[in-house]
Write a protein that binds this ligand. Structure first.
Ligand code: ZN
Length: 454
């Protein structure tokens, strides 16, 4: 008898560290290989080795975000020699994201050692640029819809799921059993992405639940951003937008230029102070339709300045005139935004607009929760700036959209297991799905093993 089992090694009870080990007929493949972020208990797990790394033959990567890809260099360092399968755009984005992550970690370790604020005798990066280069050599690119056969009676295909460019759900066939890993599901009416494809018929759906207990704000993102910027302009201070480099930064730039074009906000200089977001934008120029709109492009050329050089970045930090700065990282876990915050977070004229999800334990989460000081570079900084969170600009489907996406699928899944969500969000979605569809639904917990009988 063939044995099929799933083990949830990450992204269970949390939104980070996504890793699901699939074992079929003794063969082991890993779906996603993400880095833990946020609270320290989770982050510490990035330093743990995975069991039986040598037995894993393949990694299937749903998309390039760090919480799905960020552990790959560590896996390779532990001896993983197999293929890392993904779509072509994911491969290009993952290269940028992993390289940036390695650089940030090397810089953080170096700074901690220099200033001696690490509690460890010597701070070390989780992985280096060299480690990432080795890992990238194992990537194998596939088209959407192309079947990949990693083992006997085991095959899978990437299908678009509308979350970020290149992102996919995975339909996997283990002999006669069909599993679908949703990956991060995008919005049903996205701003600049294509909407998610239809859910295939399956025996088991592993479904993300990031927004399982929430609905996105109904106010359109353009209106939210318009109000936030106009409010900030009255203060005559800095407007800082910590943003994810992939998709979110491009969305924010698109909206800002759109609002400027239609005179709904004043023309302000926009600095994209994120070499990663700049590199991503270059990769995605062919991908987004809005770059074909001439009037919008004109505003973009006039107002947008891409800052890649370190020294130029420092100069911009200290420019006093009102401006908009978009810089990584999206949840303020690192990156150039920290230098801007260091200079301006204690100024009541500053406005910080958070356009993305803020995971528990991140500085972004502390800010939206109303904390009066935040810690970085080994110091506490008083928070006097105005903090605004935008809810409408998510790359994740909300509760209703997830339900609707399942409804519009080719058939209802026979069983659902929820991952990639904080416990409250997953549980609330579990109740809703059971009520709506009467499908047995469970919640993945850390290291939970699920055996699927034939
Ligand atoms: Zn994602």
């Amino acid at each position: 008898m063939n044995r099929l089992s799933l083990k949830f090694l990450g992204g269970a009870g949390t939104v980070t560290g996504s890793k699901t080990l699939v074992t079929f007929n003794g063969q082991k493949v890993l779906v996603d290989c993400g880095m833990f972020q946020g609270v320290k208990r989770l982050r510490k797990q990035n330093w743990d080795d995975l069991d039986d790394v040598n037995e894993i033959t393949d990694v299937i990567l749903t998309h390039a975000h760090l919480d799905h890809s960020g552990y790959l260099p560590r896996l390779v360092k532990q001896g993983f020699k197999g293929a890392i399968h993904c779509t072509s755009i994911t491969a290009r984005l993952a290269e940028i994201i992993l390289m940036d992550s390695a650089k940030i970690q090397e810089e953080d370790a170096e700074r901690a050692n220099r200033n001696n604020y690490s509690r460890h005798p010597e701070a070390k990066p989780l992985y280096t640029v060299e480690d990432v280069k080795v890992c990238l050599g194992q990537f194998q690119e596939h088209d959407f819809g192309e079947w990949v056969v990693p083992g006997i009676d085991l095959r899978f295909v990437f299908l678009p799921n509308g979350h970020i460019p290149g992102s996919a759900m995975v339909e996997m066939h283990a002999e006669k059993k069909v599993l679908v890993f949703s990956g991060d599901v995008g919005r049903l009416k996205p701003l600049i992405m294509a909407k998610p494809g239809r859910l295939p018929a399956c025996d088991l759906l592993v479904l993300e639940s990031t927004y399982g207990d929430r609905l996105h704000e109904l106010t359109p993102p353009a209106e939210q951003l318009e109000a936030a910027i106009n409010q900030a302009v009255e203060l005559k201070g800095q407007i800082l937008i910590p943003s994810f480099a992939v998709e979110r930064s491009q969305e924010v730039i698109y909206l800002l230029c759109y609002l400027m074009l239609h005179k709904r906000i004043p023309k302000l200089k926009i600095y994209l102070d994120s070499p990663m977001a700049a590199a991503v934008s270059e990769v995605l120029v062919d991908y987004y339709d809005f770059v074909k709109e001439e009037n919008l492009m004109r505003v973009m050329v006039q107002q947008l300045e891409v800052v890649s050089d370190h020294r130029a970045s420092r100069a911009i930090v200290h420019m006093r005139e009102p401006k908009i700065v978009i810089a990584g990282s999206g949840m303020i876990t690192g990156g150039r935004i920290l230098h801007h915050l260091e200079a301006h977070i204690d100024d009541p004229k500053t406005t910080v607009i958070l356009p993305g999800f803020q995971a528990l334990g991140t500085r972004g989460h502390s800010l939206v929760s109303g904390c009066n000081e935040i810690k970085f570079f080994g110091k506490y900084y008083p928070v006097k700036a105005k903090i605004l969170q935008m809810g409408g600009l998510s790359a994740h489907a909300d509760r209703e959209e997830l339900v609707e996406w399942i409804k519009q699928g080719k058939a209802l899944p026979k069983r659902i297991v929820l991952n990639h969500g904080e416990m409250d969000a997953s549980d609330s979605l579990r109740v809703k799905l059971e009520h709506e569809f009467n499908i047995p639904t469970s919640i993945a917990t850390e290291n939970m093993e699920m055996i699927l009988d034939f």
